[in-house]
Design a protein around this ligand. Structure first.
Ligand code: ZN
Length: 322
């Protein structure tokens, strides 16, 4: 099935509040200590993210940083809408109003189900050159038929579709200053991303702040899910959803990409969404670490200047956004 022509998709955008990195550093340094025993937040020159242990398609997170929110859970639940296939390349180019720049697109969403003939998780990680050439380090994770194992697969350069929903951080992939957030030993109940999001939301209140980037789970394990093949029966309740999802404890080192935003900006947003891949065959949708005493996180984030909403569901619900 072909992806929907990007030209006909509804696009909406809103500016985000963009505090200086130094200010966010101080907000997070003060806010994260209620959730982690060791917290270190710095403004640093971004390490080259194409190198191990990151394995991203682009070097940095700078140059027109933006959050891109595509589709949503209403296209998956209670019934799947098979027509919802998006081309990440043309959507990213339209979102940044420019087809002549290099773009790095990293984030979480539903994988390109036609590619493996099955529903799957997508870890989008691709660089689009000024000439439109794609270098993909994207992965997908699907469940085996017995639902006991996860298959993590590299997505080729020629497959740039995202199905149903996606939360993607866009930039020109340039080097530059970013936030480095290191946390060890979780002492509170929030996952790494929720703790960052809540600290920002508490400080900035109704001014929306959005971040995107990459974090490593460097030690320990995390609870992650991988969706089953599309359900033939409708999924209406949280309980039915959790039976359909497959949960695993996955081991470090996990490399997670995605976005977070402190409020919905009246755009029907998912406030956080990160998917991880690895070099050891594990990958999925990040929920929280399951080894709080030994967990170690290291994240690199930049601040989005705007949020671009693509194909916002008309008939929406708040279900399946955990
Ligand atoms: Zn997900």
């Amino acid at each position: 099935m072909a992806s929907i022509d990007t030209v006909i998709l509804p696009f909406e955008e809103k500016p985000l509040h963009t505090p200086p990195l130094e200010e966010i550093r101080d907000v997070l340094a003060a806010g994260l200590v209620s959730n982690f025993a060791t917290v270190d937040v710095e403004v640093v020159d971004c390490p080259n993210l194409t190198q191990a242990p990151f394995h991203l398609a682009g070097e940095g997170l700078n140059g027109n940083p933006a959050l891109l929110e595509v589709g949503g859970p209403p296209y998956l639940l209670p019934h799947v809408d098979y027509t919802k296939l998006y081309d990440v390349v043309s959507i990213s180019q339209r979102a940044l109003n420019d087809t002549k720049k290099e773009i790095l697109a990293i984030g979480a969403g539903a994988g390109p189900y036609p590619h493996v003939n099955s529903n799957c998780e997508g870890m989008f990680n691709l660089k689009i050159s000024a000439s439109g050439h794609v270098t993909s380090e994207s992965h997908l994770a699907q469940i085996t038929p017995d639902r006991k194992q996860v298959l993590l697969k590299k997505i080729p350069n020629t497959e740039t579709r995202c199905a149903l929903l996606g939360n993607i951080f866009l930039s020109e992939g340039k080097p530059g200053q970013v936030l480095k957030v290191s946390c060890k030993k979780r002492i509170g109940g929030e996952d790494f991303i929720a703790s960052i999001r809540n600290a920002l939301a508490k400080h900035y209140e109704d001014k929306p702040v959005g971040l995107g980037g990459v974090f490593l789970l460097k030690n320990g394990k995390a609870k992650q899910h991988v969706m089953s093949p599309f359900s033939e029966t409708p999924i209406h309740t949280e309980e039915e959803l959790n039976t359909w999802l497959n949960f695993f404890d996955m081991s470090a080192t996990l490399i997670a990409v995605g976005t977070l935003v402190t409020n919905e900006c009246d755009l029907d947003l998912r406030l956080q969404h990160f998917h991880s891949f690895s070099k050891h065959g594990e990958g999925g949708h990040y929920h929280i670490d399951t080894t709080p005493d030994i967990v170690e996180y290291e994240g690199y984030f930049n601040v989005g200047e705007k949020i671009v909403r693509v194909d916002k569901p008309v008939n929406t619900h708040k279900f399946g956004r955990d």
